[in-house]
Design a protein around this ligand. Structure first.
Ligand code: OGA
Ligand code: MN
Length: 373
């Protein structure tokens, strides 16, 4: 029996891999009609149910300061067979998503944070990616094939406790302060989902283009799996596959559109998942409608979400026409817990050069190969 399962795996014929390959296929394009679209009422499978969040857990003021609608207005869903999985269909206030796109492109990649380009470039070459790339991106002509700027070669950024792709570990001595704005957003969303005292300790930002995918994996390096994992998506849409506790278990396909949030908690915290494909946002326009809007004039002064200048947005808008950004936020340690004393400190900080390859789909695949057991 085990032998048979192994041979099926080798041929890539298990249910999850089959589905992954199906949605990744370019020619002919796959039929997307089985993909759950939470943004369309009535376009849900029988598995979907409305999830009533307790609006008292996050005040309207705190939600507003984090750039979110009041919780009573959120459209949250659960999926039969996936307890602890919560899908929140774009709860962002008009204009606030722009802030996160700009932060992911201009601020979060800055040193001392780590990114895929550091694997084969010196820190001076990978610093100030925004300044080094903005003119090139702004002047890009969609019809022509032009060399990629550094920002367009960005595939991932880590912040907080920096995830080490080789050891698959976080460590106490490789930490940079977690961004306070992303912390406020994460704490707010976690609280609304019933997770008070969530600590945003590690962020992995993924940057996707239309040819990118993220292979089948499970996020298990965090030390307390009773804490949720939050995922925020901006820009173009993705097909996301949510599988089971075993790699070969069948998966449920769903779209993630700009502004959508996923919470993986409880017995869904350690489920296998993947992103086989990036697709255009359903709005039939270059930039999704929720990113076209600007921040309202009555945005509170103490809001963590700031207005993005026209100059900066021109660069972000051009980038996001062909890209998707995903931020995952993790609590690494249990509440009040520290890292266990490490038997071997030497290989927790080093990043092997060449851990990532250039080119989007390859790099995503190699990342995941490093993540899986
Ligand atoms: C991850 C992840 C999913 C996504 O970074 O671990 O699963 O939607 N991302 O990009
Ligand atoms: Mn993941």
């Amino acid at each position: 029996m085990a032998k048979m399962a192994a041979s099926m795996l080798q041929q890539g014929e298990d249910a999850f891999r089959k589905l992954f390959k199906f949605y990744r296929r370019k020619n002919p394009p796959p039929d997307f009609s089985d993909v759950i679209d939470f943004s369309k009422p009535g376009n849900h499978s029988r598995k979907v149910f409305n999830c009533d969040l307790n609006a008292a857990l996050l005040s309207d003021g705190d939600a507003c300061r984090a750039g979110l609608h009041p919780v009573c207005k959120w459209k949250a869903f659960g999926l039969d067979g996936y307890p602890g999985f919560i899908f929140i269909s774009n709860p962002f206030l008009p204009g606030s998503q722009r802030h996160w796109v700009k932060q992911c492109l201009k601020v979060y990649p800055q040193k001392p944070n780590i990114c895929n380009l550091d694997m084969h470039m010196s820190p001076t070459d990978t610093d100030n990616l925004w300044e080094k790339s903005r003119d090139q991106i702004r002047q890009k002509c969609a019809a022509k094939r032009e060399p990629k700027s550094l920002l367009e070669k960005l595939r991932w950024v880590t912040n907080g406790y920096h995830y080490n792709w080789d050891t698959k570990m976080y460590s106490a001595d490789h930490y940079t302060p977690f961004p306070s704005d992303l912390n406020a957003l994460s704490e707010g969303v976690a609280a609304a989902c019933g997770f008070q005292n969530f600590k945003a300790e590690a962020g992995i930002l993924n940057y996707y283009h239309f040819d990118s995918s993220l292979g089948i994996h499970v996020d298990e390096s965090e030390l307390d799996h009773s804490r949720p994992l939050l995922s925020f998506s901006f820009g173009q849409s993705a097909v996301f596959l949510l599988g089971g506790l075993r790699r070969e278990d069948p998966a449920t396909p769903m779209f993630m559109h700009s502004g959508d949030i996923m919470v993986m908690s409880g017995s869904s915290r350690l489920l296998y998942h993947a992103v086989p494909r990036i697709v255009s946002s359903p709005d039939k326009q270059a930039v999704p409608q929720c990113l076209v809007q600007e921040l309202a004039d009555d945005t509170p002064e103490d809001s963590v979400v700031q207005n993005v200048s026209e100059e900066d947005w021109a660069v972000c808008a051009k980038y996001i026409q062909t890209s998707r950004i995903n931020m995952t936020v993790r609590q690494v340690l249990g509440l009040g817990k520290a890292f266990p004393t490490e038997p071997d400190n030497e290989n927790t900080v080093d990043i092997q050069p060449g851990a990532y390859h250039e080119g989007s789909s390859d790099s995503e695949e190699s990342k995941v190969k490093r993540k899986k057991q």
